[in-house]
Design a protein around this ligand. Structure first.
Ligand code: FAD
Length: 243
């Protein structure tokens, strides 16, 4: 098949990306268990109140429970563990009951409000190793090929921006193609010149800003520190965050 223009919109493991760069997604050190609670106010009222309608960030001991609030909760339980932990832990991750028990054991000393989200989540828990491309991934202008979304800038999901960034890429690329008509080279240059700088930011600056936001939220009374046995087990931030 031949085409004038090839747009790689094929996600994390893009088959188009190797035409442009040698970059390959790397494990970010975190394994994520995707959880859902379909009707949270009925199933887990105290936990639903904890999450609210915004985002939850419960963080402690290199572990986290977090995600999006509302009636149906979309959450993740996260562990900072080696990349092979899913293979070496001796758990059948395809079995929900076993997965749930193994996950609860990881959070055994946490307060019940966040862990009830694991205890009572829907019967589908999906483990994922989280991968990302290096911050600032870019490529030299290559005739007739470009990337959008995760194919271009796969990032960890913690900022909750990947899908939004993919849609912005697509809109900007479409506009550039319309504006430049038959001059595809000019359209791709225009698109990439706007898209690349968005993904140069990151690293320690972002981590510092995220910590500062969490601290500000707590001191403004927007968060709760959950303790169990006198020990801090989780920090939960209730309203929508904007970092
Ligand atoms: C656990 C988790 C939580 C997340 N939470 C959020 C969040 O809260 N907010 C947010 O904004 N983002 C979030 N993201 C990120 C978001 O899901 C992605 O950034 C987004 O889906 C990227 O869109 P995309 O179209 O680039 O890639 P994808 O959604 O991966 O789509 C790529 C598509 O290409 C198809 N494809 C791949 N290879 C081929 C091929 N060879 N031929 C044909 N088709 C192919 C795939 O099947 C897929 O349908 C999260 C990601 C994860 C993993």
């Amino acid at each position: 098949m031949t085409a004038d223009l090839l747009i790689g919109a094929d996600g994390a493991w893009s088959r188009v990306r190797p035409l442009l760069s040698d970059a390959f997604p790397e494990y970010v050190g975190i394994t994520y268990f995707e959880l859902h609670v379909t009707d949270a106010p009925a199933t887990v009222p105290a936990s639903a109140a904890l999450v609210g309608t915004g985002s939850l960030f419960a963080l402690s001991d290199n572990k986290s429970i977090g995600g999006h609030g509302g009636r149906a909760l979309h959450l993740g339980a996260m562990l900072r563990v080696p990349e092979d932990r899913l293979d070496t832990r001796g758990v059948d991750w395809s079995d929900t009951a076993t997965t749930r028990a193994a996950l609860l054991a990881e959070f055994a000393d946490w307060a019940p409000e966040p862990t009830d989200l694991i205890r009572h989540c829907d019967d589908e828990i999906t483990p994922r190793r989280i991968h990302a491309l290096a911050t600032g991934h870019a490529w030299p202008r290559t005739p007739g090929v470009t990337l959008v979304g995760d194919a271009a800038h796969l990032m960890s999901p913690f900022a909750g921006e990947g899908a939004n960034a993919a849609m912005l890429d697509a809109a900007e690329l479409a506009l550039a193609l319309v504006e430049h008509g038959a001059d595809t080279a000019a359209a791709l240059s225009h698109y990439e010149a706007r898209m690349f700088p968005r993904f140069r930011r990151g690293g320690p600056g972002v981590r510092r800003r995220a910590r500062a936001v969490l601290r500000r939220r707590l001191t403004a009374g927007h968060g709760r520190v959950l303790r169990r046995g006198g020990r801090l087990t989780a920090l939960a931030v209730l309203p929508m965050l904007s970092i």
